[in-house]
Design a binder for this molecule. Structure first.
Ligand code: GLY
Length: 260
């Protein structure tokens, strides 16, 4: 907020996933460039009077369309070498939210999550039900191959099991230990504040390489994949889904324990 005029400055923050950015210039440039492009798209929405929820949806769509990121086009492959995606969106005024999990053949899962929020009485639709809803809403079904990148195929070949993928992506090393180049990252997201003071967040992911079919991570779960409330703020998370879900439950337990 501007202290002199009392006006709220529209703001957007975007992330392209948790990982140690490799030194390879080209890779770093495409990642940073992709995040900047998404910021620009979301910011345009805000300065043209759009809502925070419109801005985060537009920014995340931009990241889903960019094959560099693990979401939409560019998603990692599961153990069957298929793409299954999770996404969520939420607005912080009335706490409306929508999410999809294990959805296939959709170019922009976060926009489908938005439709769940706007057009249903539910918060989360999964698998076949989510795809049936997409058809009902006129969202085009795209061939899976159009979402698969050569990099995703390469990563799946390199990391044959989920455990290998976790170890490679999230292993904690001592600060001075030689860090092998990470081969990928997970999840994209955005948070925004619009000129009316409303906040929103969106998160979208292909999940984690070689995951079991039907595995749902933290991303589509309200409170794990992110949260927002006009009275508090907004957050979009990224990282190892199973670990995040456990820690979030633990924190909720502690809050309850210390507030009773
Ligand atoms: N945070 C993404 C996932 O674990 O699926």
């Amino acid at each position: 907020m501007d202290d002199t005029t009392g006006e709220i400055t529209p703001t957007i923050l975007v992330h392209g996933g948790a990982w140690a950015m490799p030194d390879e210039t080209e890779l770093a440039e495409t990642n940073v460039g992709g995040v900047k492009a998404a910021v620009k798209v979301g910011y345009e929405v805000l300065v043209n009077g759009g809502s925070a929820v419109d801005a985060v949806e537009s920014a995340v769509r931009c990241l889903e369309d960019n094959p560099v990121f693990n979401a939409g086009h560019g998603s990692v492959l599961n153990s069957l070498k298929e793409v299954e995606m999770d996404a969520v969106i939420m607005e912080g005024d009335h706490l409306n939210a929508g999410a999809v999990a294990c959805v296939q053949n959709i170019a922009n899962p976060d926009s489908l999550a938005r439709l769940v929020m706007d057009k249903t009485d539910h918060v989360l639709l999964v698998g076949q039900g989510a795809n049936m809803f997409a058809t009902e809403m006129g969202v085009p079904s795209v061939p899976m191959e159009t979402l698969v990148t050569p990099n995703a195929v390469k990563r799946r070949e390199e990391m044959k099991t989920y455990n290998q993928a976790i170890k490679k992506q999230y292993e904690i090393r001592k600060i001075d230990e030689a860090v092998p180049v990470q081969t990928g990252h997970d999840t994209v997201g955005a948070v925004a504040l619009d000129s009316k003071g409303n906040v929103a967040f969106a998160t979208s992911t292909g999940g984690i390489n070689a995951k079991r079919p039907g595995r749902v991570g933290d991303s589509p779960l309200i409170g794990s994949g992110g949260y927002c409330d006009n009275r508090v703020g907004a957050v979009s998370t990224t990282g190892h889904g199973e670990a995040i879900m456990k820690v979030i439950q633990h924190k909720k337990h502690l809050i309850k324990l210390y507030s009773t």
